[in-house]
Design a protein around this ligand. Sequence first.
Ligand code: ADP
Length: 803
Amino acid sequence: MTQSSSLKRQSKFALAVYLAFVIAVVGTVSYFVVEPPIRDQLIRNLDSRSQIISSEIQSSLESPLGILQSIVSVGNTGKNPQLQAEMLQSLFRVIDGVAVSGGLWPKPDATDANQPYKSQFFNRAKDGKIDRIYSWDNPATGGYDGESWYTEVVDKPIGTVVWSSVYIDPFTHVQMITASSPYYVDNQFAGVATVDLSLESLVDYVKRHAQQHELGVLIRDGNGDVVIEHNYKIVEGIYISEQKFGDFGWTIDVVNANRLVSDQAYDIVTKVEMGIIPIMLLCVLIGYVVINRSLIDPIAHIAREVDDSKHGGLINLNYRNDDEIKHLIDVFNQKTVFLEQEKKKALASTRAKSAFLATISHEVRTPMNGVLGTAQILLKTDLTPEQRKHLKTLYDSGDHMMMLLNEILDFSKIEQGHLELERAPFPLESILGSINSVYYTLCAEKGLKFAIESDISKLRWYISDKARLRQILFNLLNNAVKFTSHGAITVSFAEVEMEGRNYLNIKVTDSGVGIDSSALDKIFKPFVQAESSTTRRFGGTGLGLAIVKQISELMNGDISVQSKLGEGTTFDVLLEMEICPPAQTEVREHKKLDYTGLKVLIVEDNRTNTIIIKSFMAGKGFECHCVGDGEQAVEAVQNSQFDLIMMDNHMPRKDGITATQEIRALSCAGADTLIFGCTADLFKETQERMMAAGVDGIVSKPIDEKELDDLLYRHSDKLYQFKPLHGSQTRVPFNAEEQLVSLYIAVEDRKPDDAHQILSKMFSHFEHNEESDAGALLAPLVKQKQLPSQQELDVLTVLLKDA
Ligand code: ADP
């Protein structure tokens, strides 16, 4: 099965494209659709982290404001300092969290003129112990009323809270922040209440949180001073979540400590892709396998089966599903059965048609012989030119019809399958020789050049049907000569090997009228001519190429044609040929005799054939006499003596078979004349009928000169019966040993005719030889026409041993 593409290959290609598409789509969708929300989500996460941290800080720092409020309330009471101190002490005892110290800072000189600074400042130690600290009361240190946390709230409305910057507590070395608020007694500013908050736990919390969530955190106070920094690194393209929070005006910057948001988003997208893509690939592969199993495999299987059933037969496929594919197989099989039945019917009707054609043409030939014969007789009588012209047309038309009938017979016999190819070894050279001798003369007559080109070894032998090969060549060459009026005709031979088989490639090229391209594919059909005017101009039946095509196909080959109108035509034939080693017997030198002075009667109605045979025979030294039909041949034999008659078969008035029978029945010496039947008929049966009528040998047309030579040599005894050879040593190559061996074989096989033939040949050789007694011994042996006795054989052997 040869296909330029296959479903399997296409499905694999489609799968590859689909997978590439899936990967591209997943990639693109991930990048443009999935990545942005993930990135936003990550940013939101970071923002919420910074919010969580900032609100934790804010709530941690603002919750002690209640304590500040309580301290303010204590100040507002205006009670004596001793009582206030007790109240503050008990307040500090119950509080916890980030507030570590605080108290009241009365306006200087408000209570005691000797002691302007009398603060009530308490500190809660880590162990929960409450200490009162007096160190701020020393006026030498400049007084607490100069501190910013004090001055910023002096005379400020009730409830005002001011936050200090972050500072390091000189005693505890801990980061602190102070919130201060004024208090009033009798609507008079009486002092400032403060609460000091330790940032230690907040710093711990922020660091823990940042570590846990892999964050970088930077917190600054209202002055921009760094309060807390943890893992805070900025790189290009990093996202910073910024917040400002609390009344104390802090800011927080949060970043991802280890990776950029975009990297994180990319990681997440990659993870998503790595999860989705294998699943999708798996789905696609499963889909592919399912489609392959359910669709492509059965179709491929069907295609193979259909391929196997090209020359007939059903698709035998075990397909269980009841679907469209099953329907396809069933319908294909039904159609095959239907077509095979129709083919049988068509073949039967073609055979019937061919048989009918063969019978009709065979039957019509007999009366046609009468018509043509009568026309010829009439042509010899006294006629007016007008009558002669009409009669000539009648004869030519009849002649054409005879040719048509003969070709129809050939063609219909081939169509009926009656033609069986012979298989015998022969040298290609013998074919080249015969076409050269025939077409060189014919082309020269028309002023055409004729050339044979061959690059095949001269020693090449084939096992095939030589006669059919010659017939193909002669049909093509006849057409070439017929349709060419000037230029050249070339026939070329080459060998081609295809799929381990050997083919002979023959090309017949002419420079003739050419064939119109529209007619090129029709000319191989029976009864078709390229132009309707062809028959009128050149004659012919339109069957020659159909016969050539049929024979070529029988020889496992084919024929094609290339042609250009007005420029010429090339027929290209391919024939399967089995090569064989040269056979020894055939390469022997062909035996030729000297035929000078012998008379041959050529009986042939076709002018071209007459020219060919005449040129052969004249070349061999024969004196040629030509007649156009069987009747004239019988007449000629009665009137004069011939050494040989070359008898065609299909002829008007009297055909070759009838003429031969009549000649053999004559009472004159001519009855014994050597007769060779010349026939172009493809079938053995015709040759057998000619042999039965009395011809001595068959020369198949087109004539092969070497075969003709061999035939003449084999029948030399009869050929020289009227003119015995003189000085035969020089003219007939006589091999005594060879003749004796043949004689012994004939005696052994008890074949008196063969023995008589050999003895005659020996006798004709020794008849005039005075030096030998063989002639005297052979004369009675030839006459008695019996097998010689053993004693006679022994004497003959002794006599011939030195011959
Ligand atoms: P026929 O020669 O008897 O008409 P063929 O079958 O041999 O029948 O040829 C069929 C037709 O093909 C011819 O009639 C002629 O038109 C065309 N043809 C064949 N050979 C040649 C050629 N060498 N040059 C031109 N035309 C050709």
